[in-house]
Design a protein around this ligand. Structure first.
Ligand code: UT7
Length: 323
């Protein structure tokens, strides 16, 4: 019998501190009106100085386990998608494993920036389908605020912190129907952080430690690429646009989300939007949005859900699933 991987529970965790557009008006030359019109963002959450990516990941993971009716004893695989790990090493997944008092199962991070959770879900799906795992904890967690230049209005208004998680389990019923992952490293310079561990100068300090983005060019590639991945996903499953019940997109910009919804001929009522209150939480954005819509009762068991994301690399991908 075929083994599928099915989401049995979701969880989300946001830091308490809220940063509104009017707070940002006091920090840089911007306006609430510009941010809302160009991005759809009204506020975002920001981690405290002593709050780490692993702290956020732990909050989301515990909630996902509770929703799945599972305990930490059941978990046999941990994957954390993050661009902002607590440390160079151990991985945030290993730190999370320690927090949850889980011992022995594989635990590793995935770095695909905003597409990280979609990548992680696909990897976990493959572990489960091959029988290498039965109960995976898949987390997207970020403290993007740590790699943002709070004097750069082009980027600081966009990002937020948070974590989302799912428990993915072996099941006789689908589950994840298909995943589609892509990358094109030639776009490096449109969205990147200059500094890194082995670049000259070593660990980044000052301006090299911060996100640089050519926003408008990134925007155009994102809209085109996400349109293509919608087609690819539907074709791979022999589905029509109308077969998709919910779109859970990466939350970078409401205008990108609306463009993808138009591509799917999908009314915005069927699109999960959290960018207004979360901002762009990178790898956390898709699982956070999924958790919001599952918990408020919009996404129901058996419905067909399309997850998609686009981010630095560039990386992009989609997962089609039956919830
Ligand atoms: O998650 C990973 C993928 N990331 C994305 O997909 C993000 C993609 N990019 C975007 O979402 C949008 O490009 C932005 C929201 C970043 C920018 O919106 P835009 O409509 O592309 O604006 P723009 O970059 O073309 O800038 C328009 C104007 C410029 O002024 P001038 O040159 O026209 O005088 C900017 O200097 O807006 C100015 N501007 C701002 N004004 C007020 C840029 N940032 C701000 C700001 N407040 N925060």
């Amino acid at each position: 019998m075929t083994t599928f991987a099915r989401i049995s529970g979701t969880g989300g965790y946001l830091p308490a501190k809220e940063l509104t557009n009017s707070d940002l008006e006091r920090m840089v030359d911007t306006s609430d009106e510009w941010i809302r019109e160009r991005t759809g963002i009204k506020s975002r959450r920001v981690a405290d100085d002593n709050e780490t990516t692993c702290d956020l990941a732990e909050g989301a993971a515990r909630r996902a386990l509770e929703a799945a009716g599972r305990t930490t004893d059941d978990v046999d695989l941990i994957i954390v998608a993050t661009t902002t790990p607590d440390r160079i090493f151990p991985s945030t997944a290993c730190l999370l494993q320690q927090r949850l008092d889980i011992h022995g199962c594989p635990a590793f991070d995935i770095q695909a920036v905003c597409t990280g959770f979609v990548y992680a879900l696909d990897v976990a799906d493959k572990f489960i389908r091959t029988g290498a795992a039965r109960c995976a904890l898949v987390v997207g967690a970020e403290t993007m605020s740590r790699i943002i230049d709070w004097n750069d209005r082009a980027t600081c208004v966009l990002f937020g912190d948070g974590a989302g998680a799912v428990v993915l389990e072996a099941s006789d019923e689908p589950g994840i129907l298909s995943s589609h992952l892509h990358a094109d490293g030639s776009y490096e310079k449109l969205l990147y952080v200059p500094g890194g561990v082995s670049t000259s100068g070593g660990c980044p300090t000052g301006d090299d430690a911060y996100v640089k983005m050519r926003g408008n060019e990134t925007f155009r590639v994102a809209v085109n690429t996400l349109g293509r991945i919608v087609d690819e996903t539907l074709a791979a499953n022999g589905l029509d646009k109308s077969d998709i019940d919910w779109l859970v997109p990466h939350q970078a910009n409401i205008r990108i989300i609306q463009a993808t919804a138009r591509k799917l001929s999908m009314p915005m009522e069927r699109v999960v939007v959290t960018v207004d209150t979360h901002g762009n939480t990178s790898a956390a954005s898709v699982p956070l949005a999924l958790d919001v819509a599952v918990r408020d009762g919009r996404i129901k068991r058996g419905e067909t859900v399309l997850l998609e994301a686009f981010g630095g690399g560039f990386t992009w991908g989609s997962v089609l699933l039956k919830y």
